[in-house]
Design a protein around this ligand. Structure first.
Ligand code: NAX
Length: 328
């Protein structure tokens, strides 16, 4: 049976890389047929049709069907995995509040459609910014779907952090594991390598430069998205698509051994002193049944505490602004 996968923002630049990877089996398995549903707004449907033609021309045996639509009911009906890439971009002169408001509208409508038409087991990954808060809005509007089925993307930040350490040490990025992104996918995020390893050695021992790890390293990861825009005149797309695939594949198939990954998930149980009911990026392990659990009991230094509190404060403010825009 083909797995019904929805990608929104299908005419955009991230989707252009992402759809190919999904359709060729990088995410849901090399023997899992895919029915690919592509949602975008009506003026972009012509572009999506062009992407469909290219997917057909890629001649991918796992791709059973392509559906291009701007209708949310058609998009969400029977979906088993949703990758929410489409969002309202920040325009020049736009206040943060206005951006939040525009996105609340989108994710409220899409959350309701998810609630009405998707499979109840559907896993939802929100990528469109502000990713954490958009995910929160969607979750609140789909009460029939378990809250643990919602997550937002911070894997790109984790990949960026691990790549920086690998480059610093002149090793390959697969040698670096368990970097953590805490909090918001924004410049207040806290990229933390206090528990990360490189070939089994703690990163702090391998790098031997605490000032770098507590200063320049953090700043580089926090501002990497901006640096890419400055250089490329376009935001990260190839690396974002790769990170989406990493996130979804690990959610679908489980994490390996001692390794954990970072995902924005709902905060409950006062884990690491984070307020309840935020979509906050934590280290998680995932089992073969697609269930994630926040990694427990990692020691948090005073330095880390301060950083966690900064990003939690920002997220609480964003969430409260968004919540005020939610229709009753
Ligand atoms: P593009 O502007 O290339 O594409 C976005 C697409 O979404 C457009 O085709 C647009 O028509 C569509 N869209 C807008 N409203 C929609 C709606 N209501 N329903 C369906 N589709 C809709 O942006 P792209 O570079 O692909 O980035 C997409 C989003 O990912 C942005 O919000 C961006 O900020 C965010 N990112 C998030 C990242 C993360 O780590 N969480 C990293 C990468 C990226 O910056």
């Amino acid at each position: 049976m083909a797995l019904r996968v929805l990608v929104t923002g299908a005419a955009g630049q991230i989707a252009y890389s992402l759809l190919y990877s999904i359709a060729k089996g990088d995410v849901f398995g090399k023997d899992q047929p895919i029915s690919l549903v592509m949602l975008d707004i009506p003026p972009m449907l012509g572009v999506v049709e062009g992407v469909v033609m290219e997917l057909q021309d890629c001649s991918l045996p796992l791709l059973k069907e392509c559906i291009a639509t701007s209708d949310v009911k058609e998009a969400f009906t029977g979906t088993e995995a949703c990758i929410m890439v489409g969002a309202m971009p920040r325009r020049e002169g736009m206040e943060r509040k206005d951006l939040l408001k525009a996105n609340v509208k989108i994710f409220e409508a899409q959350g309701k459609a998810l609630d009405s038409y998707a499979k109840k087991t559907c896993k939802v990954l929100v990528v469109g910014n502000p990713a954490n808060t958009n995910c929160y809005t969607m979750m609140k509007n789909a009460p029939s779907i378990p809250t643990s089925n919602f997550s937002c993307l911070t894997r790109l930040d984790q990949n960026r952090a691990q790549a920086q350490i690998a480059m610093r040490l002149g090793t390959t990025c697969d040698a670096v594991t368990n970097a953590i992104i805490w909090g918001n996918h924004s410049t207040t995020q806290f990229p933390d390598v206090a528990h990360a390893k490189v070939n089994g050695t703690p990163v702090y021992e391998a790098v031997k430069d605490d000032d770098y790890l507590k200063g320049e390293f953090i700043k580089t990861v926090q501002t990497r998205g901006g640096a890419v825009i400055k250089a490329r005149k376009l935001s990260s797309a190839m690396s974002a698509a790769k990170a989406i695939c990493d996130h979804m594949r690990d959610w679908w198939c489980g994490t390996k051994g001692d390794q954990w990954v970072s995902m924005g998930v709902v905060s409950t149980g006062n884990k690491y002193g984070v307020a309840e009911d935020l979509i906050f990026s934590f280290p998680v392990r995932i089992n073969a049944d697609k269930e994630w659990q926040i990694v427990d009991g990692l020691p948090i230094s005073d330095f880390a505490r301060e950083k966690l509190d900064i990003t939690a404060k920002e997220l609480t403010e964003e969430r409260d602004i968004a919540a005020a825009f939610l229709s009753a």
